[in-house]
Design a binder for this molecule. Structure first.
Ligand code: SF4
Length: 274
């Protein structure tokens, strides 16, 4: 699997994210993504997750998606949903297999505050419903994802009930806490997650499963008394090197941070450090 941040431009101002403030404006071109797709095919990549910033702010986002799907890769597009209504029809023929839309509250007031974008909840809702108005067989799967933080913890249950019969999938994801990542929030309140309240909120949802990732997250919260610290894997990939071959594999023993793609040769030379 590969994750690509195709831009840092964004029309949201989320509290838990600094990407929209990132001064780096340089973006890879469509041609470069085309070459990357070819390399990914040689590498055996089967899933590409495209995020940002807001990927739909790129004028060439649909050719980029097509560039990967034409090689048989499943493409997941992560979006804040603000442009979804505008592009709903185009999404149906884009070649994407999944759209993941971030919605960070069960009510507009909470979502709009966290996202720093007044009026965004209603726009996103319209965008989601526009995509879902196409028959499921003629469009990408639509997933709604909530980033759980101290600011929306009490709305996890209502959020799930709002969307689980509407969207194709509902995903809950605790806010990142990675000291080495610029994608993590700086506000301490975001990380105040009361395990008891979260347990209550998850009751009656599939996320209370004992072997699920949310259960493990809760265990960690209860046992450590703090938000678990994880290193950030953004921009990283697991690779295993064996004689004569280099295979990008999840869970391999060595972690390599991938440098600028432009510096890669077709021979897939990863410049590892750690
Ligand atoms: S979390 Fe996503 S939508 Fe929000 S500012 Fe960051 S890149 Fe934009």
């Amino acid at each position: 699997m590969a994750e690509l941040d195709v831009t840092y431009r964004c029309d949201c101002r989320c509290q838990m994210c600094q990407r929209w403030q990132d001064p780096r404006k340089e973006e890879m071109t469509l041609e470069e993504y085309g070459r990357l797709a070819e390399e990914f095919q040689h590498m055996g990549v089967h899933l590409v997750s495209i995020a940002g910033g807001e990927p739909l702010m790129r004028e060439d986002i649909f050719p980029i998606i097509k560039g990967f799907s034409r090689y048989g890769m499943a493409v997941n597009l992560c979006t804040n949903g603000l442009l979804l209504e505008k592009y709903a029809e185009q999404m149906t023929t884009s070649g994407a297999s999944c759209i993941t839309v971030s919605v960070d509250g069960a009510v507009a007031r909470t979502h709009d505050k966290i996202r720093g974008a007044p009026g965004s909840y209603e726009r996103i809702e319209r965008g989601i419903l526009s995509v879902l108005s196409f028959p499921a067989s003629n469009r990408p799967m639509l997933r709604v994802r909530m980033t759980i933080s101290g600011q929306n913890l009490g709305e996890v249950g209502p959020f799930y009930r709002r969307w689980h019969h509407v969207a194709d999938d509902v995903l809950l994801q605790p806010v990142h806490r990675c000291p080495d990542a610029f994608y993590a929030g700086q506000d301490r309140n975001l990380f105040q997650l009361d395990p008891q309240l979260l347990t209550q909120q998850l009751t009656g949802t599939p996320f209370q499963k004992r072997n699920g990732y949310m259960h493990k997250f809760l265990l960690s919260l209860r046992q450590c008394g703090t938000f678990p610290e994880h290193r950030c894997y953004a921009g990283c990939s697991w690779c295993v090197w064996i004689p004569g071959e280099r295979l990008p594999l999840p869970g391999a023993a060595y972690l390599y941070r991938i440098g600028k793609k432009r510096k890669f040769s077709k021979g897939m030379e990863f410049r590892g450090f750690q």
